[in-house]
Design a protein around this ligand. Structure first.
Ligand SMILES: NC(=O)C1=CN([C@@H]2O[C@H](COP(=O)(O)OP(=O)(O)OC[C@H]3O[C@@H](n4cnc5c(N)ncnc54)[C@H](OP(=O)(O)O)[C@@H]3O)[C@@H](O)[C@H]2O)C=CC1
Ligand SMILES: O=C(CO)COP(=O)(O)O
Length: 344
């Protein structure tokens, strides 16, 4: 049995805390609001975020020092916009030997940093030692112990394996990878495509359109990721196509649901207010749009979703624009990227 701290008491932090508690670990779940931690301890429920009973082995805290003292691992699961603030506080109290895992899916606008890079900037930890946990895993299903598969990835494979050992169970199968770049990008960028799948459904389009978005979305994710140095095969894995499928097709997905409301004609502000939970794709689309320009990589779907969300463009016009792009060979650029990578 290990002591593990989970920072972030939203839906995903709570579900991951349950996986760890089921594995016999002593789990400390940190909430940034004192009243939130007290409610979890008093009721063993976290109703706003997840409709399940929380095992007694999980204790909620709001004091960071108490939360992380003596733990073997810390799992950071706050929204991307809170990563820097939480990590800079964590850095005051964490023992340098502690394994640092994050399960957040986003890219920071303007700086274009991935979460592991933000962690390195805010903490006394080498980037190589940070672990990400990512894959097709809706909190609602994980909390019901439905079969789920994810990947833990770090340049330091020993750390990725440590995370694999902590989380692996009968219902939660964990693979490892050393391509943290590809795993983080896959997990973050799929949220943009899920917004698009929701918009498409909201407009009344069907399964053909969604399959097109998933497949061509994967192509542009792989295009950007490979141009940044990720292993193209990672995008065929759990944190690539796996997470794209689950997020674009599940009613649990907040990104899909937000997109669906946008497609039905609602305004972004009212959609986000209605959601009440984090919709990471909205900030990530800003970052990816900038990334694509900087890298000179074509990301037409991302650009279209940016136009709908931030440039007030009618989604139907964006669909028309996507359908009427110049004719091309399906594998054009991907074949070139793969050839470049494997020709040495
Ligand atoms: N939900 C899911 O199924 C999955 C989510 N993820 C990823 O996990 C990350 C977290 O998402 P999720 O748990 O779903 O989000 P939720 O919207 O369910 O919860 C967000 C949590 O973060 C807290 N929070 C907000 N701001 C801060 C802050 N400044 N400091 C500390 N805590 C803060 C909120 O607290 P309060 O409300 O009290 O302010 C709330 O407890 C995201 O990157 C998401 O993409 C990944 C896989 C699956
Ligand atoms: O990442 C997720 C599932 O793997 C959760 O996606 P949403 O944030 O869209 O709910």
């Amino acid at each position: 049995m290990k002591k593990v701290a989970v920072l972030g008491a939203g839906s995903w932090g709570t579900a991951l805390a349950i996986v760890l508690a089921d594995n016999g670990h002593e789990v400390r779940l940190w909430a940034h609001r004192k009243e939130h931690a007290e409610t979890i301890n008093d009721t063993h429920r976290n109703n706003k975020y997840l409709d399940v009973d929380i095992p007694k082995e999980i204790t909620a805290f709001s004091d960071m020092h108490q939360t992380v003292s003596g733990v073997d691992a810390v799992v950071i699961v706050v929204p991307t916009k809170a990563i820097r603030e939480v990590c800079s506080e964590l850095n005051k109290w964490i023992d340098p030997k502690t394994t640092v895992i994050h399960a957040t899916k986003g890219i920071e606008p303007v700086s274009l940093k991935r979460v592991s890079q933000m962690i390195e900037e805010e903490m006394d930890i080498h980037y190589e030692d940070v672990v990400v946990l990512s894959g097709p895993s809706h909190a609602e299903e994980v909390a019901l112990r439905h079969p789920t598969t994810v990947t833990t990835s770090s340049i330091n494979l020993e750390k990725a394996k440590h995370a694999q050992d902590l989380f692996s169970s009968d219902s939660f199968r964990v693979y490892t990878s050393d391509d943290i770049l590809g795993i983080e990008l896959g997990g973050a960028l799929k949220n943009i495509i899920a917004l698009g799948a929701g918009i498409s459904d909201g407009l009344g389009y069907g399964d053909n359109a969604k399959a097109a978005l998933i497949t061509r979305g994967l192509a542009e994710i792989a295009r950007l990721g490979t141009s940044l140095g990720a292993n193209p095969l990672s995008f065929l894995g759990l944190s690539g196509v796996g997470d794209l499928i689950v997020t674009c097709t599940s009613v649990h997905s907040r990104n899909w649901r937000a997109g669906n409301l946008l497609g039905k004609g609602n305004q972004l502000d009212e959609v986000l207010e209605q959601m009440g939970m984090v919709v990471e794709g909205v900030r990530t689309v800003k970052a990816a749009h900038q990334f694509a320009k900087d890298q000179n990589v074509e990301m037409p779907i991302t650009s279209g979703i940016h136009q709908v969300i931030f440039e007030n463009k009618d989604p139907k016009d964006v669909v028309e624009q996507l359908m009427n792009r110049g004719k091309r060979d399906e594998m054009d650029d991907l074949a070139v990227l793969l050839k470049e990578r494997y020709s040495e």
